[in-house]
Ligand binder design. Structure first.
Ligand code: 6PG
Length: 472
């Protein structure tokens, strides 16, 4: 019996599309899903002349694969992954490879690597970004962990990944669960950029009074220039989408409560855990939480209804400033996420190659943008940059947009338009670029009430003072 090169478990939209992508690139693939219907239908959706087979049981699936078996899991993160592993590992042989391509939590991946290694099996965590379409036509793929297993998969991964200038958007992201970690941070940055775009939209619709057709034009222009990116592109298109129920613009019919599956929250938790400042990502996570207080927000808006918007003198230049502010705040969000990767790489001994991270984010993934080309050049010159803001060429871009970020932030503040992402991007920048922060005072307070000690600027050591109360 002819054996299949790859196996995919989980034939939801993402799994099925990834499977078809592998098949389109000349590999034979078997698929399995608990829902037998999905496996039965698999062959119908495949490209003609590709070799695809849906299997009816895990046993059939496993025995259909060539050895060492190369199995990709595309099941929801968490318990479903453990359930699949529990069922499949007794059927596998030493040397077989299981790749988890879902948004799994990196610590779960570490545990699973150890569990499978004890049975002589290779387990890898691999981030995949690009949504349904990307999975089929070329995602950005972030594999990490077992190098031996990675090298076996590499030719396939390179053929199915998105390409930028002929280069595949996949590379080895580092040891252990680095693949999941990099994908988690990707999503954190995704949250921040989406938050920032939504704030720019709010300013344009409330201050510049732009309607959806005009918003479409603005985003189209932005996407045609230096702001070209997947998220700007889809936002442009959203403004043109009509609702089939009301025939109005769909965006205006959508309730302003944002959902979240959790990867953004993990990113923030991680940053707190290992001591990295990523406030724009944090605020993007918490803004989605705040958006859910719809009833309270409605009551509060009645109570504090005195907000008055003063239109800017020149609408054209206001729009330009908002664009520049969005561009710079986006850059600062990437800087925060990348700085988290730098620290995590040390903390967990991942050895994450930052240059390759930005290289493979240039195409296929949700946060792809032409700006990443500039980061790629920066890391090519200096792979050890601790923060992209320290790069000379990047600093020139930052300086050219800073005035716009300040005026946009100020405009939003003066007019009572919530712009948490824009404010925190600017606040982070100002703190990061300040030689002398006022936290000497915080240290004094801590020492005053808690004897927590402090360091001095003029000599080494740790000091404590018996602070004098001036209470009489
Ligand atoms: C991607 C996406 C994808 C998904 C996330 C975000 O890279 O293809 O990031 O992984 O959209 O799960 O979802 P939430 O916004 O629901 O957290």
């Amino acid at each position: 019996m002819e054996k299949y090169n790859y196996g995919v478990i989980g034939l939801g939209v993402m799994g099925r599309n990834l499977l078809y992508n592998i098949a389109d690139n000349g590999f034979s693939v078997a698929g399995f899903d608990l829902d037998a219907e999905k496996a039965r239908e698999l062959e119908q959706g495949a490209t003609q002349n590709t070799v695809v087979k849906g299997t009816a049981s895990l046993e059939d699936f496993v025995s259909a694969l060539e050895t060492p078996r190369k199995i990709i899991l595309m099941v929801p993160a968490g318990k479903p992954v453990d359930a699949v592993l529990e069922n499949i590992t007794p059927l596998l042989n030493k040397g077989d490879i299981v790749v988890d391509a879902g948004n799994s939590y990196f610590k779960d991946t570490e545990r699973r690597i150890a569990e499978l290694a004890s049975k002589g099996l290779h387990f890898m965590g691999m981030g995949v970004s690009g949504g349904e379409k990307g999975a089929r036509t070329g995602p950005s793929i972030m594999p990490g962990g077992d190098l031996e297993a990675f090298n076996l998969l590499k030719p396939m991964l390179e053929s199915i990944a998105a390409k930028v200038d002929g280069e595949a958007c996949t590379a080895y992201m580092g040891k252990s669960s680095a693949g999941n970690y990099v994908k988690m941070v990707h999503n954190g940055i995704e949250y921040a950029i989406m938050q920032l775009i939504s704030e720019a939209y709010d300013l344009l619709r409330k201050v510049a009074n732009l309607n959806n057709d005009q918003l479409y034009e603005v985003f189209k222009e932005w996407n045609n220039g230096e702001m070209n990116s997947f998220l700007i592109e889809i936002t442009r298109d959203i403004f043109q989408q009509k609702d089939s129920l009301t025939n109005d613009y769909l965006v205006d019919q959508i309730l302003d409560k944002a959902g979240a599956k959790g990867t953004g929250k993990w990113t923030s938790e991680q940053a707190m855990e290992i001591g990295v400042s990523i406030p724009t990502i944090d605020i993007a996570v918490t803004s989605r939480i705040l958006s859910a207080y719809k009833d309270e927000r409605m009551k509060a808006s009645q109570l504090y209804s005195e907000k008055q918007i003063i239109a800017p003198e020149n609408i054209e230049s206001f729009i330009k400033e908002v664009g520049d502010a969005l561009y710079l705040a986006t850059l600062i969000s990437y800087a925060q996420g990348l700085s988290l990767l730098v620290k995590a790489s040390e903390e967990y001994a991942f050895d994450i190659p930052l240059k390759d991270v930005v290289k493979i984010w240039r195409g296929g993934c949700i946060i792809r943008s032409v700006l990443l080309e500039k980061f790629y050049s920066a890391y090519t010159q200096n792979p050890d940059l601790s923060n992209i803001l320290l790069d000379k060429d990047i600093s020139e871009i930052v300086k050219s947009k800073l005035k716009s970020l300040r005026s946009t932030a100020a405009y939003a503040v003066h007019n009572g338009i919530s712009s948490l992402g824009i404010q925190t991007a600017l606040g982070y920048f100002d703190a990061y670029t300040t030689e002398s922060l006022p936290v000497n005072l915080i240290q004094a307070q801590r020492d005053y009430f808690g004897a927590h000690t402090y360091q001095r600027i003029d000599r080494e050591g740790v000091f404590h003072t018996s602070w004098k109360s001036t209470n009489n």
